[in-house]
Design a protein around this ligand. Structure first.
Ligand SMILES: [Zn+2]
Length: 271
């Protein structure tokens, strides 16, 4: 249970008039008192021995009850932070923030539209030439403030990409900005820019990376590591559904959405 989850808990307690403290994600005495009051009224739903649970476990149980109240499948009220609870609490957080539950991602197959006619990865060397020569590049300005993921004090003015994908990229960035707004984009970590053009081979592979043509962009690499799957990668969460839809409508491919690894990465090339 992290700070985000504790904020979700505090919001639930506040909505039920049990908590008037700050929504700060810190499990302090006021939060604890509200948890205990809340659990007392639902004592019939708790297993025997729950009164001896640790404060942390009681806080988790309270979140589980909050999920159940909203008909979010959470499993047994056991005060344990397993994957089902974690996912359910994520859904609860989205419900609190947006007023509705996230669309189920398993039902949303990534779109395979390709309106811009992006090449397949295997064709790139023939069509765009060898990346040993630097491709023709354009800097696309970003409508929200970017920061280099590995040096957040450095703020690039835009994204340097292959000129063939620049118009598409500009449309996507505009739409993302319109949809989320700069504040939300920052909260989502989408200001953490992980780079585009980079003359290199694929990590863990021998072929050229799509980055070597300036056709791929990495977002928030620290929270979306190469080998992480849906269970860990931040960009796999439901609040990023629209983000990904905007890319997919333009034919870009998310490796996370299609292969469930490298969630930081999106590319204007077919697999
Ligand atoms: Zn990448």
């Amino acid at each position: 249970m992290n700070r985000t989850a504790i904020r979700t808990l505090q919001r639930f307690l506040a909505d039920n008039d049990r908590y008037r403290g700050k929504i700060d994600g810190i499990r302090g005495p006021k939060t604890l008192a509200a948890v205990n009051a809340s659990l007392q009224t639902h004592a019939d739903r708790l297993p025997d021995g729950a009164e001896r649970w640790s404060d942390r476990r009681r806080a988790i149980a309270c979140l589980q009850l909050a999920c159940r109240e909203k008909r979010i499948e959470v499993g047994p009220i056991d005060g344990l932070w397993g994957p089902q609870t974690e996912y359910a609490v994520d859904v609860l957080a989205t419900l609190q923030e947006t007023g509705s539950k996230p669309a189920p991602w398993r039902d949303q197959a990534p779109q395979d539209a390709n309106p811009n006619g992006w090449y397949r990865e295997a064709e790139l060397e023939q069509t765009l030439g060898s990346p040993t020569r630097k491709p023709p590049m354009v800097v696309v300005p970003c409508p929200w403030k970017l920061a280099l993921a590995w040096d957040l004090n450095t703020c690039p003015s835009g994204i340097g990409c292959h000129e063939q994908v620049a118009d598409s990229l500009a449309r996507i960035l505009d739409r993302a900005h319109d949809h989320y707004g700069p504040q939300r984009l920052k909260e989502l970590g989408l200001h953490r820019y992980g780079g585009c053009y980079n003359k290199r081979r694929k990590r863990g592979g021998t072929r050229w990376s799509t980055h070597a043509w300036g056709l791929a962009i990495d977002w928030d690499p620290a929270h979306n590591k190469l080998k992480w799957g849906r269970d860990r990668a931040r960009l796999a969460r439901p609040e990023y559904d629209t983000w990904w839809r905007l890319w997919e409508e333009e034919g870009w491919v998310s490796l996370g959405r299609t292969r469930n690894f490298d969630w930081m990465h999106v590319q204007a090339a077919r697999l």
